[in-house]
Design a protein around this ligand. Structure first.
Ligand SMILES: [Fe+2]
Length: 240
């Protein structure tokens, strides 16, 4: 209704991604379900450079069924990767931790943080681990700040859950592609509502495939008000 009063702009034409720090990205080749090899990584970096991305936190999945992904191994892969690419983009290593049965022992070994003290965590899309909230609050008690990845994608989370987590100081990360419906209708609706209502702290690409990311951004149109909200999140990303 009255869409002429709220004209939308394509995100690529808006220019707001220039200078971006991406806080969630599966771009380290061959370590998870993201970029598989150097050729794909080059294609990814070409696109990221065309957007004006300045910094990327590489966040490989660390979960029970990816046993090789220890912090030491991922640091080794990052050193190798840096030697293989020429790009003005700055890389930092973090991780996306699944809150599964192996998380307690990973905590004891030391976690890869997002910036100084944040930890990017995720759960299954369908159901919460039974001890999710306790785990998140324990991390806080240890001086680590949990950032829940792509919160709009959790089908089991309802309004009261988001409010409770937020009241406890858990930070939320938005996947940019949720805003165009790449993950379905419910994440789309949740993402728009939570962006409008100021629930998010950070925004990331959750890049896995160039075709999906590029195709999604080409279709993503937002109002000025929404672009302004996103700019706040991009500012938070830059502060990491
Ligand atoms: Fe991810």
């Amino acid at each position: 209704m009255f869409s002429f009063l709220n004209p939308k702009k394509n995100i690529l034409e808006s220019g707001i991604l220039a200078g971006m720090t991406d806080v969630h990205c599966h771009l380290l080749p061959g370590v998870d379900d993201g970029v598989a090899n150097l050729e794909e990584a080059h294609r990814a970096l070409d696109f990221m450079e065309s957007l004006g991305v300045r910094r990327i936190f590489l966040t490989p999945h660390i979960m029970e069924d990816m046993v090789d992904n220890t912090p030491a191994y991922l640091r080794e892969r990052l050193d190798w990767f840096r030697g293989q690419v020429e790009t003005p983009i700055e890389f930092h290593l973090a991780a996306e931790y699944m809150l599964d049965n192996g998380f307690a022992s990973r905590r004891k070994e030391g976690l890869l943080t997002l910036g100084r003290d944040r930890v990017l965590v995720e759960t299954s899309y369908l159901s919460a681990p039974y001890d999710m909230e306790q785990t998140l609050y324990e991390l806080q008690a240890e001086g680590l700040q949990p950032v829940l990845a792509h919160v709009e994608r959790y089908m089991y989370m309802e309004e009261g859950d988001y409010d409770r987590l937020r009241e406890h100081g858990i930070e939320f990360q938005l996947n940019l592609m949720s805003l165009v419906g790449t993950y379905g209708q419910l994440p789309y609706e949740k993402a728009h509502r939570m962006l409008d209502e100021g629930y998010y702290k950070f925004v990331g690409s959750d890049y896995h495939r160039r075709s999906v990311y590029e195709g999604s951004l080409r279709h993503l149109k937002l109002t000025k008000k929404q672009l302004d909200k996103l700019k706040i999140l991009l500012g938070n990303n830059n502060d990491l």
